[in-house]
Design a protein around this ligand. Structure first.
Ligand SMILES: C[S@@+](CC[C@H](N)C(=O)[O-])C[C@H]1O[C@@H](n2cnc3c(N)ncnc32)[C@H](O)[C@@H]1O
Length: 258
């Protein structure tokens, strides 16, 4: 059964929703006609988006696996998205994980699917208000020990007017030495201007606008951190499992706080 057949009361299905559009690219069923219509405008211009979305998910899993093997046992996953396969607490099985998203449907599904797991906490909050996350009573992380902050495919929903670099700095300053920040981000690099415009237009009336950025602007998110090997790369090229990496629509990296 698709979600269209069982719409919960009060859910806005008419506005294209960035979490559900991503679910559609990943082949999920938690999306509605308006989401699919906006997503299909993206697919017209960027037909390999489903491959790129899976590559992004794979990056998240590789980064979590890497950090987990390096001894990190706490993860703060902001903009966690609709639960899919290989969620953070499944990859880092013994870790404490807090999932954060500002979308009510994500929260509803996350609570239903992930809430039973021990050491997992789920918070509805907004990345643009760091204090509402860092001070949240359900944050199940010990901020005196290293944390991996995951901002995977979410910073491109924060506009320049919303001070994205100040947001990152606030989190970076709140986390102790040995913490890591994991970022993937859509780019304008190598994308024809009219495609960038069409992409932005498809998200214009969605729950968040999309802001792909040039590589140098994405690199700035790691200011004050040491980029661990192999640095800021195309998303699929960050410590790939398979040398035949698919096409990526953005850059990814992991920064370490000294
Ligand atoms: C493209 S999905 C990425 C999901 C997951 N991080 C991944 O990479 O597979 C972006 C998610 O970020 C969430 N999001 C967008 N803006 C946000 C904000 N200001 N605060 C918290 N979550 C946000 C959306 O609701 C959506 O679930």
């Amino acid at each position: 059964m698709t979600m269209d057949a069982m719409v919960p009361d009060g859910l806005d299905t008419a506005t294209p929703n960035v979490a559900r559009m991503y679910d559609y690219y990943l082949g999920g069923k938690d999306n509605f006609a308006a989401d699919r219509e906006a997503a299909s405008r993206i697919l017209k211009v960027f037909p390999d988006t489903p491959v790129a979305a899976r590559a992004n998910r794979d990056f998240l899993r590789r980064a979590v696996r890497h950090l987990s093997a390096a001894g990190i046992s706490q993860f703060l996953d902001i903009g966690s998205g609709l639960p899919t396969q290989g969620n953070v607490h499944e990859v880092a099985a013994d870790a404490r994980v807090t999932y954060v998203d500002n979308d009510p449907m994500v929260l509803c599904h996350a609570r239903a699917l992930l809430g039973g797991a021990s050491d997992v906490s789920i918070i509805q909050a907004d990345l643009r208000k760091p204090e509402s996350i860092l001070g949240h009573r359900d944050l199940n992380l010990d901020l005196s020990r290293p944390v991996a902050l995951l901002l995977v495919a979410v910073l491109h929903f924060v506009t320049d007017d919303e001070a994205p670099y100040d947001i990152i700095a606030r989190f970076r300053d709140a986390l102790p030495s040995g913490s890591h920040v994991v970022i993937s981000h859509l780019t304008t690099e190598g994308v024809p201007e009219e495609h960038v415009r069409a992409g932005r237009a498809a998200y214009k009336n969605a729950t968040a606008p999309i802001v792909p950025r040039p590589r140098a602007d994405i690199r700035r998110f790691f200011d004050g951190l040491e980029l661990i090997d192999p640095g800021l790369t195309r998303i699929a090229e960050w410590r790939p499992d398979d040398p035949n990496t698919p096409r990526s629509h953005g850059f990814a990296g992991v920064g370490r706080k000294h």
